[in-house]
Design a protein around this ligand. Structure first.
Ligand SMILES: *Cc1c(COP(=O)(O)O)cnc(C)c1O
Length: 403
C-alpha cells in the first residue's frame, strides 16, 4: 500500500515554478475534452488571442507548445536553422548558453559574444558584432534569470530587420511580468514561459512569430507520412514533435492531426492568461514593479548587497549576495523552506554559493508573500548569527506599500 499524497503548503518566491493562480488549479480538475472537441477548439482560439497581449504583438501566429519553456526555444530555433547557418548569441548570463546548445546541436555555426554577467550589453556593441559576423539569426535572452539582468532590445531588433536577419528572443522569465513590445522592438520570434509570470504549472511554452518566419515555415512544411504521402519536403524541420510548420496547422483552422493536445494544461493556460488580462496587463506590470521595489527596500534595509547593476535588474528576480556567516547559504534556504514554508532559489555556475535569488513572478508576486519572505529571511539570518541590521526590513517594505 502506498499512502495518499499530502503536498505541503508553500510560499514560492523563486524565479519559477511559482504558485499557480487558484482559478488555474480549479479548472485543472475539470473533465477531459478531446483535442478536436468543438468545445475545446473554442478554448484554443481564445488562448491564441490572449497569448498575444503580454507579448505586445498583432502577429497572426501565437500558440502554446507542449513541453517546458525550452521546448519553445528549441522549436523556434530549429525552424530557422539549416546546417552551417551563422547564429550570433550575445551572452550575459546562463540561459544564452542554452540557446547556443540548441543551435550547436542543430549544426549551426555559432558565435558567442560574451561578457561578465553583472549587466546586459550596450546595444551598439551587439550591432557592431552583427556587422562583423553577418549572421542569419541573432538569438538572445531578454531577462537572464540566473543573474537577474535584463537586456534592452529595441535597437538590436531594428538593426536585424534592416539587415534582413532573424531576431529570436527568449522572454521566458519576463513574459507577463515586465513590459514587452514584440512588434515595436522588431522581434521576429519570441518565446514565453508558463510557470514563471503566468501562474500556470510548468509543462508548456508560448510562442509568437511574424510572417517573415511563417514564410520559412511554409517552405519547410512536411506532414506526417501516416497522414499524407504527398506533403513531402526536401528540407523539412529536423524534429517532428517540435515542428512549428505542423503545430501552426494544428492551432489554425486546418487542424491537422499532430500530437494529442494536453487539454487540461490549455484550460490552465486560459485561466492564467485571463487572470492577467482581466487585471489589466499594465496593472500586472505595475504590481510586479511595486513588489520588486518592496523586496529591494527590505533587503537593503537589512544591509545586504545585490549582485549586478541595479539599473538593469529584472523586476522579477532579485539576486542577493549571501552574507558572511551564512555558510554557503544552503542552511538558511533549508530553514526558510522547512520552518517558514517559503522557498527562495540559489544560483548557477560561478554564482552558486554566492548568490540567493528571490523571485517575484505571477501569482507569487503578492504583498503578503513579499512581507513573509523578508520577515523569514531576516529571522533565519539572525538565527544563524549573520551580521545584519535588525528590525528594519519589513518596515522598509511596508513604507514602500504606504500602508
Ligand atoms: C526558466 C527559463 C528557461 C527554461 O525553462 P524551462 O521551463 O525549465 O525549460 C529558459 N530561459 C529563461 C530565461 C528562463 O528563466
Amino acid at each position: 500500500m502506498f499512502s495518499e499524497l499530502v503536498i505541503p503548503r508553500r510560499t514560492i518566491m523563486t524565479p519559477g515554478p511559482v504558485e499557480a493562480h487558484p482559478n488555474v488549479l480549479r479548472v485543472m480538475s475539470s473533465t477531459i475534452l478531446g483535442q478536436f472537441d468543438p468545445a475545446f477548439l473554442t478554448i484554443m482560439d481564445a488562448v491564441k488571442e490572449m497569448i498575444k497581449i503580454p507579448f505586445g504583438t498583432k502577429n497572426e501566429q501565437a500558440f502554446a507548445i507542449d513541453g517546458t519553456s525550452r521546448s519553445g526555444l528549441e522549436a523556434a530555433l530549429i525552424a530557422l536553422i539549416e546546417p552551417g547557418d551563422k547564429v550570433l548569441i550575445p551572452v550575459y548570463g546562463r540561459f544564452a548558453y542554452l540557446l547556443g546548445e540548441i543551435c550547436e546541436r542543430a549544426k549551426a555555426d555559432v558565435k558567442y559574444l560574451e561578457k561578465e554577467w553583472t549587466e546586459p550589453f550596450d546595444q551598439e556593441v551587439i550591432i557592431k558584432a552583427i556587422d562583423d559576423f553577418q549572421p542569419k539569426i541573432v538569438t538572445m535572452v531578454h531577462g537572464e534569470t540566473a543573474n537577474g539582468q535584463m537586456q534592452a532590445l529595441d535597437k538590436i531588433g531594428a538593426a536585424c530587420r534592416e539587415r534582413d536577419i532573424f531576431f529570436v528572443v527568449d522572454m521566458v522569465a519576463t513574459y507577463g511580468g515586465v513590459p514587452i513590445y514584440v512588434d515595436e522592438w522588431k522581434v521576429d520570434m519570441a518565446i514565453g514561459g508558463t510557470q514563471k509570470c503566468v501562474s500556470v504549472p510548468s509543462g508548456m511554452s508560448l510562442i509568437t512569430y511574424n510572417d517573415r518566419v511563417e514564410k520559412v515555415l511554409t517552405s519547410r512544411y512536411q506532414k506526417e507520412l501516416g497522414l499524407s504521402k504527398v506533403d513531402r519536403n526536401d528540407n523539412p524541420i529536423s524534429s517532428n514533435y517540435l515542428d512549428l510548420s505542423q503545430l501552426q496547422r494544428y492551432w489554425n483552422s486546418e487542424r491537422i492531426n499532430h500530437h494529442t493536445e494536453a487539454t487540461t494544461m490549455i484550460y490552465a493556460l486560459h485561466e492564467g492568461l485571463r487572470a492577467m488580462i482581466n487585471e489589466g496587463i499594465e496593472n500586472v506590470w505595475a504590481r510586479h514593479q511595486l513588489n520588486d521595489d518592496a523586496i529591494v527596500a527590505g533587503i537593503q534595509a537589512m544591509g545586504l548587497g545585490f549582485f549586478g547593476n541595479m539599473a538593469t535588474k529584472m523586476p522579477t528576480v532579485t539576486p542577493i549576495l549571501i552574507p558572511e556567516g551564512a555558510d554557503d547559504g544552503e542552511a538558511i534556504r533549508s530553514m526558510l523552506l522547512e520552518v517558514f514554508g517559503v522557498e527562495i532559489a540559489s544560483s548557477f555556475g560561478d554564482l552558486k554559493g554566492k548568490v540567493w535569488r528571490i523571485g517575484n513572478m505571477g501569482y507569487s508576486s503578492r504583498r503578503e508573500n513579499v512581507l513573509h519572505v523578508l520577515g523569514a529571511l531576516e529571522a533565519a539570518l539572525i538565527y544563524y548569527g549573520a551580521e545584519i541590521t535588525k528590525g528594519e526590513a519589513t518596515k522598509a517594505a511596508l513604507q514602500v506599500y504606504e500602508v
